[in-house]
Each structure stands twice: as structure tokens, then as C-alpha cells.
Design a protein around this ligand. Sequence first.
Ligand code: ADP
Ligand code: MG
Length: 273
Amino acid sequence: MNSEPLSFLNYGGTCVVPIVDGAPALAVNNLTFTYRGASAPALNHVSLNIQPREKVALVGPNGAGKSTLIKLIAGMEKAPAGTVNIYGNPAGACHHRVAYVPQRGSVDWRFPVTVRQVVMMGRYVHLGWLRRPGKIDHDAVDRAIDQMNLLEVANQPIGALSGGQQQRVMLARTLAHDADLVLMDEPLNSLDMPTQELMFDVLEHVAEQGKTVIVSTHDLGILPLHFTRAVFLDKKIVADGPVNEVLTARTLLRAYGVHLHAHEGIWDEGEHA
Ligand code: ADP
Ligand code: MG
């Protein structure tokens, strides 16, 4: 299994790159990215502008490049061609501004830390080197743990939790981080309904605070209720616009050759248009 250390947000410091006035929350320009040894690019000439307060679903089948794009936005991978700017600054320039919830399978849950310690990782970006968390950090962590109904397990190792609880820990860490751009990679996978509802409440809350949310998913059924915009990716952008405009049978058929069963939120192989 591919695993990323849970400590990837563990870099302290003061934010020194202010938001550029009037800049989009995210500006991706002509991004092309090929993994080492791969014969074809995972992303091909991707351009995308997202304004503050948008709630964007990044949609596409397995292998479409969703995780790759999210990692490039989070500054965890670097593309040799194209640019990614976040509130006017290059990706990776300011970790205060971007929170990233990785795909569940890419986290090493055996990492020996407690729930509270993981949520505190969301605060590390706000701390200078060697500075210990202060009251403001502990308060933010307590609030996030409470909001995610994790009080009872706050001092347990994350490995001892259920899948739904672990996902709530990642959400709590994101809340504690207090970032302007929130990236979530397939957060709905294997979540029970109450946890899904809780997650969408959190997204709503985050957007109401003027922040920007990008969530990757292959569940089309959730789009109309929870997102303002859908970006369909299949190595390149195949459709992009308000959910009600993009989510038409014609677009889906043209983009993927799939039929949508909206109520079940699943898609079938269909005839190519
Ligand atoms: P998605 O998240 O939409 O399922 P990914 O971004 O994970 O898609 O993958 C896009 C393409 O890049 C796929 O063909 C996948 O096999 C390939 N890929 C993903 N991660 C790596 C990697 N670390 N090394 C090589 N190829 C990769
Ligand atoms: Mg993925």
C-alpha cells in the first residue's frame, strides 16, 4: 500500500505570503503531469479557475487523475509544465492556506499517534519552529474534536478507531487547520450515512466562512445537493460548470459514454455517443 506519513503538515512558521487581492482561490494553467516511468500523462493541459466560496466537485472515474491534480494543488507534487496558483501565490508557497484530506487508503493508520495529536497537526502550520502549541491552538483542537463527535476517543491511538471515526479525525484536523482552500480526496468512500451528513455540514460551514472547497468523488448522486460546480476530469477537463448544467445525460454520455442512475448515484457503461 502506498502510504503518506501523517506528519506531512508538520512544518511550522508564520505565513509570509499574503493573499493577492482579487486573485482566484485557485488558478491552474495548462498543467501537464506524467509520473516517472509512465508512458502517458496522468494530466493533460488542465486549466481551471475557482473563485473563493465555490464548492466544487472534481468528478471522474478511477485513474482520471483526480488524486494527482489534488496533490499538485496541495504542493505535494510538482509539475514541470503549467502553473498552479493559490490565492495568487504558487502552490506550496503557503501551507497555512491549504488543507488536504488524502484518500483514505493512502494514510498509514498504524502511525502511533492519538486522535488529539493528529488534530493538532492541523495547527502546526501556524506554529513557529520549536514553538509549543498555545491556548489558541488547544482551543481550536478541542472545538474541532467536539464538532466531529470525537470527544470519547480523543486520547486513543488512531489505529484503534473505526473507518468512519478515522475519517472524522481527518475532518477535525482540517477544521483545526482553518485553511482558506480545503481539498478532500474521495472523502465519502466507505462512509456511513451519519458521517457523510456530518461531512457535508462541515463543508457547508467552511464555505459559509468564505472559504473554498474542492472535493473529488465518483458519486454523481451527491452533486446537486452539495456542490455549486462540477468539474469532470478524464486526464483533461471534459466538462466544467454549474452542477445543473453539467450534469446532463448528454454531457455524461459525451464525456464518458456512461448512463447515470441519478437516484442510486452510480454509473453504468453505456453506448458511446
Ligand atoms: P484518480 O484519483 O482519479 O483515480 P490518479 O490521480 O490516482 O487517478 O491516477 C491517475 C493515473 O496516474 C492513473 O493511470 C494511475 O495509475 C497513475 N498513477 C497514480 N499515482 C501514480 C504513481 N505514484 N506512480 C505512477 N503512476 C501513478
Ligand atoms: Mg484518487
